[in-house]
Design a binder for this molecule. Sequence first.
Ligand SMILES: NC(=O)c1ccc[n+]([C@@H]2O[C@H](COP(=O)([O-])OP(=O)(O)OC[C@H]3O[C@@H](n4cnc5c(N)ncnc54)[C@H](OP(=O)(O)O)[C@@H]3O)[C@@H](O)[C@H]2O)c1
Length: 263
Amino acid sequence: MNFPPVGLGTMGIDDPDAVATALALGYRHLDTARIYDNEAVVGQGLAAGLAADDGADEPLGRDDVTVATKLWIDDLAADAVAPAARESADRLGVDALDLLYVHRPRGDYDPDATLPALDRLVDEGLVRNVGVSNFELADLDRAVERLDAPLAAHQTELHPLFYRPELLDHARDHGYPVVAYSPLAGGRVREIDAVVEVAEAHGATPEAVAIAWATAKDPVVAIPKASSEAHLRANLAAADLELTDEEVAAIDAVEREEELFPE
Ligand SMILES: NC(=O)c1ccc[n+]([C@@H]2O[C@H](COP(=O)([O-])OP(=O)(O)OC[C@H]3O[C@@H](n4cnc5c(N)ncnc54)[C@H](OP(=O)(O)O)[C@@H]3O)[C@@H](O)[C@H]2O)c1
């Protein structure tokens, strides 16, 4: 699975061109969810991106792109998982989902029913990797224990206003990556003095610093959402910005806590 430091969050993207542009710029990880109601848009953008590259010397192939989506909490009963996953794949226009997450361990989630149903989809080939999102440590332990497939990712909120080091420790200990969602705090990183100070020192934007701060952490990749070409380009380049240990520590120490997506 291609999991570069910066992928594309697509919540709120309703134009396939943004996705196709992202692929042309070099994005290789697209993140959506049934609940975003835009899987078809992402699928159209993916198809357009692949078609646009068709004549290139080394054309972009379907397998170069990680297509990730999520089962919502009412799709998690044992008999609901397979139809929901098939519908997502159909809307995305793909034969297989590279990564299918449990969006939240709520609603119909039952580790003893939901996770075996996901394992069966891996065996059948509809799903290549299984991930979880918004899990707490106890939920993560249970998932690691219950899944036959290796846990492929934990997607969790991570930005300078909301950072849970214990979740990163768990990921390192168990050998799976953390996908940082809302890494720009939904566009609010400009309001954080510590981030602005580091940005000024580097002649960079606060958004670039927030992405560099997240991706400097092991084992984190980030999925900022962007719709304009300028933002898409800037966010992809941001992972190359190198922060000093002191700068990372200064942002770690930000005390203002703001979880954007609480339970
Ligand atoms: N698993 C979950 O429960 C969960 C929950 C929330 C989000 N997510 C995922 O995480 C992704 C990202 O999170 P998010 O959409 O909440 O917010 P985000 O990525 O933290 O912030 C997106 C906002 O920042 C703006 N922006 C992007 N790049 C910028 C730049 N270089 N300079 C200035 N502004 C910039 C965007 O504007 P433009 O669009 O105008 O570029 C948009 O308003 C989602 O799209 C989704 O895929 C997952």
